[in-house]
Design a protein around this ligand. Structure first.
Ligand SMILES: NC(=O)c1ccc[n+]([C@@H]2O[C@H](COP(=O)([O-])OP(=O)(O)OC[C@H]3O[C@@H](n4cnc5c(N)ncnc54)[C@H](O)[C@@H]3O)[C@@H](O)[C@H]2O)c1
Length: 256
């Protein structure tokens, strides 16, 4: 990988885990670009992180992804790291009651988005002499997840995509890994827990207790824990790590 400050692109970097990743890379001295679909969050990012870059882009839209890379990479100067973070929770519903539109939207953002961004990034990573792609999967990428089938299918898909791409890009010294977070503290997990509580007829407090009990460590994950893993994978400590699905999930044993 090229010497000097890393040039990093984080998708869906204006909030949640993506913002934690952007901040951690910036704190490590990297120059960071993010994209997001939330204009207010993009404006807040501009204000919070001057000197870094933010673009409007829906990762499931081929033309928008092409524009993102055309704009961001020249501004960054080169590209060393792509963090494919964008992903939505999708519907909380039994498969037999689910619309095809809900299924397709989850796959389009969570899986097509990673494909589109990785495909656009590869020539730039190669031009930089190597680099890293980090794909956000989930504990739902190693377990079944009832009432969340499109999410689980997309996150298992991320692992298959990661392992295949790592084999294609190894000769170019481009490393490709997936991070599998457990339940990460923040607004999204509160929404997920509330939806699951409603779908199964239990209280939010009971569903929160069930979520934390899924992990041996018995607690939710901090977004900064995911961010530190991403920075490690992109740095010298990760130079011989590729094709891996790395859990940061407090030793999650199942998903309910
Ligand atoms: N939060 C968790 O508990 C958890 C657990 C495991 C895996 N993950 C994965 O981590 C990643 C980030 O999760 P999060 O909880 O921070 O998400 P989040 O729901 O908090 O959303 C983060 C950002 O994604 C943006 N976004 C949504 N759709 C987009 C699109 N099509 N294109 C670009 N940006 C878009 C949103 O505007 C938001 O700013 C996802 O891939 C998610 O599946 C999250």
């Amino acid at each position: 990988m090229t010497e000097g400050a890393l040039r990093v692109l984080v998708t869906a970097g204006a909030a949640g885990i993506g913002l934690a990743i952007a901040r951690e890379f910036a704190a490590a001295g990297a120059r960071v670009a993010i994209c997001d679909v939330d204009d207010a969050a993009l404006a807040a990012f501009h204000a919070d992180m001057p000197g870094h870059l933010a673009y409007a882009c829906d990762v499931s839209d081929e033309d928008q992804v092409a524009d993102l890379f055309a704009d961001a990479v020249p501004e960054l100067g080169r590209l060393d790291v792509l963090v494919n973070n964008a992903g939505i929770a999708g519907p909380t519903s039994l498969v037999e009651e689910m619309s095809l539109d809900d299924w397709r939207k989850t796959l389009a953002i969570n899986l097509d988005g990673q494909f589109l961004c990785a495909r656009a990034a590869i020539p730039h990573l190669r031009a930089a002499g190597g680099g890293a792609i980090i794909n956000l999967s989930s504990a739902a990428g190693k377990f079944g997840f009832p009432r969340r089938a499109p999410y689980a299918a997309s996150k298992w898909g991320v692992v298959g995509f990661t392992k295949s791409l790592a084999m294609e890009l190894g000769p170019d010294d481009i490393r490709v890994n997936a991070i599998l977070p457990g339940a990460v503290d923040g607004p999204r997990i509160q929404r997920v827990i509330a939806a699951k509580a409603q779908a199964t007829g239990v209280s939010i407090a009971e569903m929160t207790a069930r979520y934390t009990a899924q992990a041996s460590l018995g607690r939710l994950i901090d977004p900064a824990d995911i961010a530190r893993m991403a920075v490690f994978l992109a740095g010298p400590g990760g130079r011989n790590i590729s094709g891996q699905a790395l859990s940061v999930d407090g030793d999650t044993q199942s998903l309910i």
